[in-house]
Design a protein. Structure first.
Length: 258
């Protein structure tokens, strides 16, 4: 009998931060479709990928999936790639009813369930970057001026921010007193602006990125003694990178040519 192929992709917890392209809207539809499907762990091996056990009227069985049907003949393909043409009338009554109700759309759904999330985004030109969980906050490694820094992921922040002390340590040119920043915790003080020549997130590199400059010491201390981050990556940079966040898998996917 054929063996199972792959388990259903796990899309629970995935957050599309910026559906800039049409295909991202399609990914949301796929996520809803797959999320409503029954967990594969509770099903027989291969069930979610379209494979099932077919029985003929003599009691013989085969593990395969339907890939087509025409003029009373059903095409059954095993996991090893071998395809059989079987007369529908030779199958059990239950299998005949299954074949009669089968449609190409069901096969497409099965293929989607078998696709790994990383493989799906890779085919669309995205690269995965791991997120690190700290005090229930997601941190991301970002390289600025050749130095790797820890940035807090905050989809609610409109602008990305670098800590003032870190910006000075990197000898960034800061335009001071461009405004005041505030949030739920109140005012964060006077705000400056800095132009980052290059920002590298994983293997993705962006040039000439403008960020706000703030004293983040009070914000950092508010996240606990063990929480340390050098800046905040907000909606502006996430949008520019066409970021897709998988919170459950602790990964962020960025478009390579974004």
């Amino acid at each position: 009998m054929g063996q199972t192929e792959r388990e259903c992709v796990r899309l629970c917890g995935m957050c599309i931060t910026t559906p800039k392209k049409n295909f991202l809207a399609a990914l949301i539809s796929y996520a809803v479709l797959l999320h409503t499907a029954a967990p594969l762990a509770a099903q027989q091996g291969g069930e979610g990928t379209g494979f099932r056990t077919f029985t003929n009227q003599s009691g013989k069985t085969i593990r395969a999936k339907v890939i087509g049907k025409k003029s009373g003949i059903v095409h059954l393909r095993m996991s090893n790639g071998i395809t059989y043409r079987v007369a529908i009338g030779t199958l059990s009554q239950k299998d005949q009813e299954f074949v009669d109700s089968w449609s190409p759309a069901e096969e497409q759904r099965a293929r989607l369930q078998a696709v790994d999330l990383k493989e799906l985004f890779s085919a669309r030109g995205f690269k995965g970057v791991p997120l690190r969980l700290q005090n229930n906050q997601s941190l991301l490694a970002i390289t600025i001026a050749g130095q790797q820094l820890n940035f807090l992921l905050d989809t609610g922040a409109q602008s990305s921010v670098i800590d003032r002390a870190k910006a000075k340590a990197l000898k960034l040119s800061i335009q001071e007193n461009v405004g005041f920043a505030g949030g739920i915790g109140g005012s964060a003080g006077p705000m400056g602006m800095a132009l980052l020549p290059t920002v590298k997130v994983g293997s993705i590199q962006k040039k000439n990125v403008t960020v706000a400059v703030l004293d983040l010491s009070r914000i950092v201390s508010g996240h606990g003694k063990s929480s340390k981050f050098d800046g905040i990556i907000g909606f502006d940079l996430l949008e520019d990178l066409e970021a897709v966040i998988d919170y459950k898998g602790r990964m962020m996917y960025l478009r390579e040519d974004g």
